[in-house]
Design a protein around this ligand. Structure first.
Ligand SMILES: Nc1nc2c(ncn2[C@@H]2O[C@H](COP(=O)(O)OP(=O)(O)OP(=O)(O)O)[C@@H](O)[C@H]2O)c(=O)[nH]1
Length: 349
């Protein structure tokens, strides 16, 4: 009995040290960027796999080591890949419960349930993982305390709990850094690509998108250039702030009337570019419908005056193999035609 417990203790320490170190080291020392995060995920998978291979090298199905091998990758899998991995974790630990119940199984189920609960109540990153891990760890600790009568078992409880605490601290600092970095990176990336007034893509993002579609295999798309008619008079009659409201309203109406895989950007002051992933035959009715919806939309000024605006649209179909800038220039020519032809109309190049 004594020998078994010592062996369990050694296995536990080795298993936990290897697993936790394997997982913590990349998070502490790898500089996270979008490019290498995939590499890190793969690296983690390999390291955890190696750790489990080491733990089971003598064919000792140590429940405790098995637990730490299961729980760690699932935790990280959940953080990176979300619910599917978490559900897998719950199923795995439930199977253990029905197989050979141990306190560790209870621990893992509590842990996963906490994670789900925290996630459902709006997950705030790693803080929830740490809180839920701590709650589950406390359950685990109680289970150990209640088993103190078994000779030597307390060593296991103390060793495991202190290791867990060290691991939690490492996680806390590593993930704090990671979350700060990814949040600020995400914020600055979004800000650099979005037009602040309308929330649609800005000129920089338009250029990037055009370059991307030019290189992609999607050869069938149409370019719309859409311009608000007589916009100067809106500014002159109702003021610049109301003019801004009109621009963002038109952007919203455009967005509402295109699909998620189409694209809209603010090309200039009151001019928008739309890339519709359709043939000209299908794109033409979309442009016409958009024009009518904008024309029929009524905006109200602060003094409850009703204002309607119209738009002119120029369309050009992208010719496969030709530079996308040609389609943009052609759509611009069609827009010019619509303006000089009396405005509030759609013209095809
Ligand atoms: N409120 C507001 N006005 C803007 C913005 N950007 C450009 N403008 C104004 O939009 C007006 C565009 O005027 P024009 O280029 O003459 O075009 P228009 O009056 O719409 O005439 P047509 O295009 O021929 O129908 C100018 O008065 C610009 O000052 C903006 O972000 N907000």
């Amino acid at each position: 009995m004594m020998f078994f417990l010592e062996e369990t203790l050694i296995n536990t320490l080795v298993g936990m040290c290897i697993t936790y170190t394997c997982i913590s080291v990349p998070f502490l020392f790898v500089k996270f960027t979008e490019k290498n995060s995939l590499l890190v995920k793969c690296g983690l998978g390999v390291l955890v796999g190696l750790a489990s291979a080491y733990i089971f090298r003598d064919g000792i199905a140590n429940h405790v080591a098995l637990f730490s091998v299961i729980i760690s990758p699932i935790t990280f899998g959940f953080i990176f890949f979300g619910y599917p991995v978490l559900i897998f974790g719950i199923i795995t630990s439930t199977l253990f419960i029905f197989g050979d119940t141990s306190y560790y199984d209870v621990f893992s189920v509590v842990y996963f349930l906490c994670l789900v609960g925290f996630h459902l109540t709006k997950r705030r990153g790693m803080a929830y993982v740490i809180i839920s891990y701590s709650i589950a760890q406390s359950v685990n600790l109680f289970s150990h305390v209640s088993a103190l009568s078994e000779s030597g078992y307390w060593q296991l409880a103390i060793a495991k709990t202190s290791l867990s605490l060290v691991f939690l601290m490492m996680l806390y600092f590593a993930f704090g850094k990671l979350l700060d970095l990814s949040t600020s990176q995400h914020y600055f990336k979004k800000a650099s690509e979005t037009d602040p007034l309308t929330g649609v893509s800005n000129r920089r993002s338009i250029d990037l998108y055009l370059k991307k579609v030019e290189q992609s295999e999607n050869t069938q798309f149409c370019v719309f250039m859409l311009d608000i008619d007589n916009f100067k008079s809106i500014n002159d009659n109702f003021g610049h702030p109301f003019g801004d409201t009109i621009i963002s309203t038109v952007a919203k109406l455009i967005k509402k009337n295109i699909r998620s895989h189409d694209f809209v950007g603010r090309y200039g002051g009151e001019e928008f570019i739309i890339i519709l992933n359709s043939s000209l035959d299908n794109a033409l009715p979309v442009a016409e419908k958009m024009r009518v919806i904008i024309q029929e939309h009524v905006s109200e000024t602060d003094s409850q005056e009703s204002v309607c605006v119209t738009v002119s649209v120029g369309i050009a179909e992208h010719a496969s193999g030709s530079p996308v800038n040609i389609a943009v220039a052609n759509a611009d020519s069609a827009l010019y035609k619509a303006k000089t032809g009396g405005k509030n109309r759609v013209e095809v190049y």
